[in-house]
Design a protein around this ligand. Sequence first.
Ligand code: NAD
Length: 248
Amino acid sequence: MDDLKKFGALVRAAERGVAFTGAGISTESGIPDFRGPQGVWNTETPVYYQDFMASREARVRAWQRGVRMYHRCGAAKPNDGHLIITELQRRGHITTVITQNIDGLHHDAGNVNVIELHGTNRTAACQHCWKEWPTSEIIARVEKGDDAPECDACGGPIKARTISFGQAMPEHEMRRATEVTQEADLFIAIGSSLVVEPAASIPVLAKRSGASLVIVNAQPTPLDDLADIVIREPIGETMRKLLGQLPG
Ligand code: NAD
């Protein structure tokens, strides 16, 4: 049996599947990933949370990048990768989506039970008093020249509600992700280089807990040897072919 047929058989049998996604699922929507061939980290370096908090210059840099990313995400529409997950959820094969993405496209595609491990760039919050705003309001301030916006209530620095390098993972989301992973019968890692924690350990937990592991990613990942199936093809095309393997 070829890999796609095997993938189809695993999905047909799955009742508690989990889709675990990374930046690669959104490249076909026009949002660049970090470590792919066109990845952002080929030309830029990340702003660490500690630097964001300590230095105005770092906050200016973070918001310059934030404005670019926000407009890219705002212009993006879900692609077949996101939309076919909705269909697999409708058919009862996938219960939950765990995503490292901050672009909100899983929600736009109608995915349900979406756990955003790295937060979202659709809201922003004061890092002192946690007052929140739609990010669009903060972007408007930045574009008018307020290049490192501060909270009008307490003066604290405002940051998108995304998890930066060096920042603690959100407890509630991590707990939910761990629970659904331990209960999964199928775990599909889609579009992630699987090199950053916890991305690197959640698929390992799935496999140890008894799930079949499928990796769909154009480039090799450190977990390929652990997987039952590795598909190194474009995500949209793979998901369309997968849907073709399922009864109509
Ligand atoms: P990554 O950039 O490290 O890896 C993406 C992987 O996807 C690469 O290995 C690449 O080869 C593969 N890929 C890209 N397009 C593909 C396609 N069309 N078909 C098949 N494979 C494809 O991404 P990561 O593992 O998610 O880690 C990056 C971190 O950056 C995450 O934490 C994420 O939050 C953040 N990020 C998010 C977005 C977003 O929200 N869209 C964009 C960039 C980065």
